[in-house]
Design a protein around this ligand. Structure first.
Ligand code: GLC
Length: 673
């Protein structure tokens, strides 16, 4: 069972109540039922009670203090008490509610049904669409995607039903790692546009009901950042902004890096700096020096970056490579993994001193506090959120949500299990296990998230096979919680694996060399978006695009899929529409393998129709009997069928004998037989 939607609820209440306390008696356009409840409250005393009562869940979670709101409530209450404006009943309620603040073991979320529509915050059931700006849409013909390009395609997102998008970095950068090497955290990369373009983007997105999430890259800056230049020069303010260390002399007296730490992108994680006469740490390319989070000035500087973009109207951040933030201070060598003989491969060592250190969690919690404080101070009802990128152990990720002692961190510790833990060889049991394990470990009161693809990994069509595109989107969009789609997956875009060595630009691929680059290159999943069959797939009018367009665009493009009677895009759009059903928004969930080849998941909600998703992950046709899984004989009515399916929406099927084609996915509603 997954209830999973109460994080953020407390905010909605607090924000509504705070707003109301400060303008007692005012009517409001706020539409949530929780707010209407408050506006319906008859006296200030009543909503004072409600405020204290609702806030108490947060108060006991000592991190979320909202002290100004609390103080306002207490002052208001005491004043009313003193002025004898409270009747007996309210006085009693007031005393009880103050006691409640200290009551152990109870929380707001345990009292409020997480299954009601009022308590689903904007992000808890959203589809987050990841845009890779460089490849999305080029507006000025330079072969590189840009902000005006994104702006021109916002109506496409809205028409598809997308309500939130996260953008890979758009900040000033020498583009060694295509924006993940930032030289000014507060400036827009000129080839992407200007700050005015960004403001226009936020404004237009907002008018279309789309929230913008930015990529925040805290672990490292570019070596071209002025902070790094000043650190090299030992400017006292910046001297310790990065991780610097002296080298060690070997037996021949030759200076070596301080230890055996390795870069994710191959080779030593240390680079010698001639001017400063020290090594600096870089967990990615040597042009991406690691910032030093043990220096409070760095923490402060990055907080200011977050506030800068929050003030520009973004709804939150995707936090890049977060588990790399800290390294062990004594610089001890990492143990060998035994996985490879290549001492320069990242796989050569176990990253016990450079990844997932406990300090990371404290920093995530610190940023959560910053976002929560910001949301509380801006009573527009929008919870600012963070999604964290960490390829890490499940236990570690669950602590990001909330630690055992109830301290909350990331709303969305990215769940990469569909990328890392299943592939085209996985059977139905593997898929079921993959889903269940997240839900079993996830602490109560949080929203699950499912990431089907991103710019660092092969695309769905290339991982699972192009025949599985619809089934994987069906799975993604009918699971409980948040879905994350990488741009192009709605069309079933494929990796372009034939990019030549000469055209290859991805740093780890360049590091791997001509012989091995294809094994690690991320360029194939980053090729330009295929809008139409016009030249460069309608992405750009340039003679040459920054990465080649996949030649399959002539057949595989959005325009063609919008025109076709059936297409991956139409399936995807139908799925987003279907997600609006109360059953899919907040219904209970179960999943089971029906055989090694087929699994089914079911969403049920009292008084609403049950929805069942059935997926054949095998390459063979399967005849299945769903009767047991759905508790008795029911008729199935097809809601969504894949491109190649012989079934049509609206068609009635028998639950006892259902044939699924190879890799077919099918979504049905249940009708009592
Ligand atoms: C993250 C990004 C990846 C980038 C790396 C270094 O993993 O997703 O694209 O190369 O961090 O910033």
């Amino acid at each position: 069972m997954v209830g999973a939607v109460s994080d953020g609820v407390d905010f909605k209440w607090n924000v509504s109540l705070c707003k109301h306390l400060s303008s007692a008696g005012c009517s409001s356009t706020h539409s949530s039922r929780s707010f209407q409840l408050i506006t319906a409250a008859e006296s200030e005393a009543t909503y004072f009670f409600l405020f204290v009562f609702c806030d108490s869940g947060q108060l006991r979670k000592s991190r979320l203090k909202h002290s100004s709101m609390r103080l306002a409530a207490i002052v208001a209450g005491v004043k009313m008490f003193a002025a004898q404006q409270l009747n007996r009943a309210t006085q009693l309620i007031l005393i009880c509610s103050l006691l409640w603040i200290e009551a152990p073991g109870l929380s707001m979320s345990s009292l409020v049904s997480s299954q009601t529509e009022d308590f689903i915050d904007w992000w808890q059931h959203a589809v987050f669409y990841q845009i890779y700006p460089r490849s999305f849409k080029d507006s000025n013909g330079d072969g590189i995607g840009d902000l005006q390009g994104i702006i021109s395609k916002l109506p496409y997102l809205a028409e598809t039903g997308i309500t939130a998008t996260w953008l890979s970095p758009i900040f000033q950068s020498p583009m060694v790692d295509f924006g993940y090497d930032i030289s000014d955290y507060r400036a827009i990369q000129p080839e992407y546009g200007s700050m005015a373009d960004f403001d226009q983007l936020v404004h237009k997105a907002s008018s279309l009901g789309i929230k913008i999430i930015l990529d925040f890259v805290p672990n490292h800056s570019s070596d071209q950042h002025e902070w790094f230049k000043k650190s090299v020069a030992r400017d006292p303010v910046y001297e310790n902004f990065y991780v610097w260390a002296d080298g060690k002399k070997n037996e021949q007296g030759i200076l070596q890096p301080p230890n055996n730490w390795l870069s994710v992108f191959y080779g030593s994680a240390w680079e010698w700096n001639e001017q400063r006469q020290q090594y600096y740490l870089h967990q990615f390319t040597k042009e991406q020096p690691d910032l030093n989070y043990r220096n409070p000035a760095v923490v402060q500087a990055m907080d200011e970056v977050l506030l800068f973009w929050l003030n520009k109207g973004v709804a939150g951040f995707r936090i890049d490579a977060v588990n790399h933030l800290y390294e062990r201070e004594d610089l001890a060598d990492e143990p060998l993994s035994g996985k490879t003989a290549d001492p320069l491969s990242y796989e050569y060592t176990k990253h016990v001193h450079t990844k997932d250190l406990p300090e990371v969690l404290a920093m995530v919690q610190h940023w959560r506090q910053l976002l929560d404080d910001y949301s509380a101070k801006h009573p527009d009802g929008v919870t600012r959120i963070m999604m964290t990128e960490a390829y890490a152990d499940l236990h570690v990720l669950m602590d990001y949500y909330e630690t055992a002692d109830g301290v909350r961190g990331s709303q969305m510790p990215f769940n990469f299990h569909f990328i890392t833990d299943v592939d085209c060889d996985s059977d139905a049991r593997d898929f079921v296990y993959n889903v269940e394990k997240w839900l079993i470990y996830m602490p109560r009161g949080h929203a699950a998230n499912w990431v089907m693809g991103n710019h660092d990994n092969p695309r769905v069509a290339s991982r699972f096979g192009s025949a599985s595109v619809d089934a994987m989107n069906m799975l993604l969009l009918t699971l409980p919680g948040i879905a994350v789609t990488y741009n192009g997956e709605e069309l079933g875009m494929e990796d372009y694996r034939e990019i030549s060595w000469e055209d290859t630009v991805d740093p780890p691929a360049r590091n791997a060399g001509k012989k091995d680059y294809k094994k690690v290159s991320r360029d194939p999943e980053r090729t330009p978006f295929q809008w139409s069959n016009a030249s460069n797939a309608g992405f750009s009018t340039a003679a040459k695009t920054w990465l080649p367009v996949n030649p399959n665009y002539l057949g595989l493009n959005l325009a063609a899929q919008q025109e076709a009677a059936r297409s991956h895009y139409k399936v995807y759009k139908a799925l987003i529409e279907l997600r609006k059903l109360p059953t899919l928004r907040r219904g209970r969930f179960s999943i089971e393998p029906l055989s090694r080849a087929v699994f089914a998941l079911r969403r049920t909600l009292k008084d609403y129709e049950t929805i069942v998703t059935i997926i054949n992950v095998s390459a063979k046709e399967q005849l299945i009997n769903l009767t047991d899984f759905i508790n008795g004989p029911h008729k199935l009515i097809v809601e969504v069928a894949g491109v190649e399916s012989t079934y049509n929406p609206g068609q009635a099927l028998s639950s006892s004998a259902l044939t699924l084609a190879p890799h077919e996915g099918l979504i049905c509603k249940l009708i009592e037989a």
